[in-house]
Write a protein that binds this ligand. Structure first.
Ligand code: GLU
Length: 368
């Protein structure tokens, strides 16, 4: 699974970043960074979602290991975030990689504009093979109601946002069991989950919990988000050095299989968008090109109506008004109107900037 995935989100739990002595596990992090560098050399795109800010912020604030209330967690995150990201930046540097910091809130995956901006930033960063985007929740501003609170679900949202094909949750648990392995010798390890049934949720410690293993419930919640978005998910123990290499070498893990691939999940989502903000009329040459699997270029568009933002769903129709399909448009209405009928090479000159050569990319389009 690791060998076939192209875009991978890796989530690192706090217990891996911080050891028992409450110090950062620097050597381990170096081993992980060298695994990441290896994967990137083979052409994979890697995004890291890291926990550890709250844990690293306890010390400067003198909190010890006691339970923290929300404000204290937020204060600890503010202190620890600097240490956490410096740690990542320094470590990745040792293997020739640079890092980029992204702090997200749950709101950023709900609010459309912010979602699109975050997605575009990620895409832009991933175009550069020397960069690893490092993501955490923006704990200090996330309000109690709008807080992920755990990075498992945040990582799943990131995987969805980035159209990743694999999400790996590294933690201190090696996977899912049908009972608590600490108290039940007969607990059976679950290697592959094809569907998240109520029984599986029970194993994770939901209502009528069998296990109640701390952290498994949020992992199952993450699996639901990821697999519905066409992303496979793996839970594996990450505590030993070179956790990615161990996984690639066949190390133990639980795999949750995606319901479909990310592209068809995306296309289903586009097909199911009820709301369309505009209509794009295209000429017969463009219609032919779309039916042969090509993207829609501005040159083939004869008219644009409606008010839409970049990333909105629009209807595509032919010159007779027959509906051909729908897609997510790369330019907002005002800009789209200025570039229709023009060659893609002219976009930059007309608008003063260029996003994409295409008005609607074929991966963002569903024909009827
Ligand atoms: N965002 C929190 C942190 O950096 C971690 C949340 C979690 O443990 O999943 O400490």
């Amino acid at each position: 699974m690791l060998s076939t995935a192209k875009r991978i989100v890796i989530k690192i739990g706090s217990s891996l970043i911080i050891g028992d002595s409450n110090e950062a596990r620097k050597n381990w992090l170096v081993s992980l960074a060298s695994d990441i560098a290896e994967l990137k050399k083979s052409g994979k795109e890697i995004i890291v979602v890291t926990s550890g800010a709250v844990a690293l912020g306890r010390k400067p604030l003198g909190y010890g290991l006691r339970q923290l209330v929300l404000e204290e967690k937020q204060a600890a995150a503010a202190c620890g975030q600097i240490t956490l990201f410096s740690l990542w930046a320094e470590t990745l540097k040792t293997v020739g990689l640079s890092s980029a910091q992204i702090l997200l809130t749950a709101d950023d995956s709900i609010n459309r504009k912010r979602y699109l901006n975050a997605r575009n930033t990620l895409e832009t960063l991933l175009e550069n093979p020397a960069i690893v985007p490092i993501i955490n929740e923006n704990d200090t501003v996330a309000t109690a109601e709008l807080r992920f609170g755990d990075n498992d679900r945040l990582a799943a949202r990131v995987a969805q946002m980035a159209g990743a094909d694999l999400l790996i949750l590294f933690s201190d648990i090696d996977g899912l069991y049908d009972a608590d392995p600490r108290t039940n010798k007969n607990a059976k390890f679950q290697e592959k989950i094809t569907e998240i049934t109520p029984d599986i949720e029970k194993m994770a410690g939901g209502a009528g919990s069998l296990v109640g293993t701390g952290g498994m419930a949020t992992k199952i919640a993450a699996a639901k988000i990821a697999t519905n978005a066409g992303c496979n998910m793996i839970i594996a123990k990450g505590i030993d050095d070179h956790p990615l290499k161990a996984l690639a070498d066949g190390g133990r893990s639980t795999i949750f299989l995606a319901k479909e691939n990310p592209l068809s999940a995306r296309k289903h989502w586009i097909a199911g968008t009820l709301y369309s903000a505009g209509t794009i009329t295209i000429d017969s040459g463009a219609a032919k090109a779309l039916h042969s699997g090509k993207s829609l270029l501005p040159a083939g568009v004869t008219n644009v109506t409606g008010m839409f933002d970049r990333g909105d769903a629009v209807i595509i129709q032919d010159s007779e008004g027959k509906r051909l399909g729908r897609g997510l448009i790369s330019y907002d209405a005002e800009d789209a109107k200025r570039i229709i009928g023009k060659k893609s090479a002219e976009i930059e000159q007309i608008l003063g900037f260029k996003r994409r050569d295409v008005l609607i990319h074929r991966d963002d389009m569903v024909l009827e």
